[in-house]
Ligand binder design. Structure first.
Ligand code: UD1
Ligand code: CA
Length: 451
């Protein structure tokens, strides 16, 4: 099958009004990746050699997303929404170039797996001219029904056009279709719009293939592969299914999760074997965790890299550009952004580390703030290897602390500190002996001032 050419036509011209959103439907996300991106990656993995994304008239954002994910994809516009067959016709110039297999996929069906698309392609190489993904939903209302006789798919009847007997059929059209590239245009050109919705139905290709003596077949697939999204509730249900898939894949790859149902992953989360994730952890996009790292409860990570054996949280927040070294420790209520935190460095409690490097083995005391922003621009802080930053210090960037230097607790550091030195940037302590007892006696005498 590898040598067969394949054109994927991805229909993304949906109106999306039922989403109650100003965002085009296919730009909503599942696992922090757009619905469109999921589908484009699936067709790519199913061996599509070319791809056309059919978008609506004012869908520049959709076209941009398609170009970001699949730079080689062609964008076609469907100006009027006249039905699924009409939408495929928008890809006509690509269809005319000639392909062995044509895959038609809806962009609002993000859980479609490459292996499912390959099954449809396999039906074509097995001699079918049209292969349709069939599934059995709990409630078939609204779906096209698959009329099957023996091994042949005779027709697809849209719900609105179906008789009572046809509506009783449980096997439904999932919306994925594979067409023999040599027959596709002839079939599409014969599709009319004499139906309840006055639309050009792609599903009519099945009956037309039968009329022409060509074979059409139904390929049964898992419901999840064809789960279409029209509402925010369906988006949430799909997210839940996708999270289950991600959790299962992580467990299969040797990740330890005490309560997997409470861990939320992104499509691109990369967890090595022997990573441990405690309950209630959220992975935003772009996170990689190396083996033997532990992510404690209630941590939130986005675009971050966690080195081998590092300990994160509980209650840690790792923002974009956080790079945590091997066996480093980021403890409770510590926020890290755009910072290189080298091997064995520690920030155990209550700190903000932004736009910085923290050298190997350095210790950042509780309450330390890297003051990276002066209201206009961001500035960098560099903390050397083995440096010790006393609790409740402010490092006012740009500033650098030399290797092995000490910063006294409560310091406000505005000038760079040489290696192995001590810096104190705080008011010297004053003692006034007897002051407190004088205050109490003055108060007792009805006065206010003890100085
Ligand atoms: C379609 C199928 C139905 C199937 C169901 C599965 C047809 C005629 N019907 O019905 O058999 O059970 O999907 O979910 O194919 N689109 C365009 N341009 C158009 C019309 C549609 O791009 O002019 C796109 C939509 O964005 C959507 C897809 O095609 O991604 C399906 O269209 P929709 O109108 O939702 O079809 P259904 O009525 O759900
Ligand atoms: Ca639909």
């Amino acid at each position: 099958m590898a040598e067969r050419t394949c054109l994927a036509v991805v229909l993304a011209a949906g109106e999306g009004t039922r989403m109650q959103s100003s965002v085009p439907k296919v730009l909503h996300q599942v696992g922090n990746e757009t619905l469109l991106a999921h589908v484009l990656r699936a067709v790519d993995r199913a061996g599509a050699t070319d791809c056309v994304v059919v978008v609506g008239p004012d869908h520049d954002a959709v076209a941009q997303e398609a170009a970001r994910v699949s730079p080689n994809a062609t964008i076609a516009r469907q100006i009027e929404r006249l039905g699924t067959a009409h939408a495929v016709q928008a890809a006509r110039s690509a269809l005319e170039r000639g392909f062995d297999d044509i895959l038609v996929v809806f962009a609002d069906t993000p859980l479609v797996r490459p292996e499912t698309l390959m099954k449809l392609r396999a039906a074509l190489s097995g001699g079918a001219a049209v292969a349709v993904a069939g599934f059995t939903p709990a409630d078939p209302a609204g779906y096209g029904r698959l009329i099957v006789e023996g091994d042949t798919l005779i027709a697809i009847r849209e719900h609105n056009d179906a008789s009572a007997a046809e509506r009783a059929i449980r096997l439904c059209n999932g919306g994925l279709m594979a067409l023999d590239g040599r027959q596709a245009l002839a079939l599409l050109d014969r599709i009319g719009n004499a139906n309840a919705k006055k639309e050009f139905y792609l599903t009519d290709a099945v009956a037309l293939a039968n009329d022409a003596g060509l074979l059409a077949v139904a390929v049964e697939v898992d419901h999840d592969d064809v789960r279409g999204i029209n509402t925010k509730a369906q988006l949430a249900e799909t997210e839940a299914v996708f999270q289950q898939r991600l959790r299962q894949a992580a467990l299969d790859a040797g990740v330890t999760m005490i309560a997997p149902d409470t861990v939320f992953l992104s499509a691109d989360t990369k967890l090595a074997r022997d990573v441990t994730i405690e309950p209630y952890v959220v992975f935003g996009p772009g996170v990689t965790v190396e083996s033997h790292a532990v992510i404690h409860s209630f941590s939130h990570l986005t675009e971050a890299h966690i080195g081998e054996g590092a300990l994160i949280g509980p209650f840690a927040r790792l923002r974009p550009g956080a790079r945590i070294g091997r066996r480093a420790k980021i403890g409770n209520f510590v926020e890290v952004k755009q910072a290189e935190f080298e091997d064995g460095a520690k920030a155990n409690h209550l700190a903000y580390i932004g736009d910085a490097r923290v050298g190997e083995g350095a210790n950042i005391g509780a309450g330390t703030i890297f003051c990276n922003y002066d209201g206009a621009g961001k500035h960098r802080t560099d903390v050397g290897k083995g440096a010790f930053i006393g609790s409740n210090s402010s490092l006012v960037a740009p500033v650098s602390i030399g290797d092995g230097a000490y910063i006294g607790s409560g310091s406000v550091i505005t000038e760079s500190v040489p290696p192995d030195s001590l810096a104190l940037g705080r008011i010297r302590q004053v003692i006034k002996e007897g002051w407190a007892s004088r205050l109490r006696s003055l108060k007792a005498a009805g006065k206010k001032d003890a100085s």
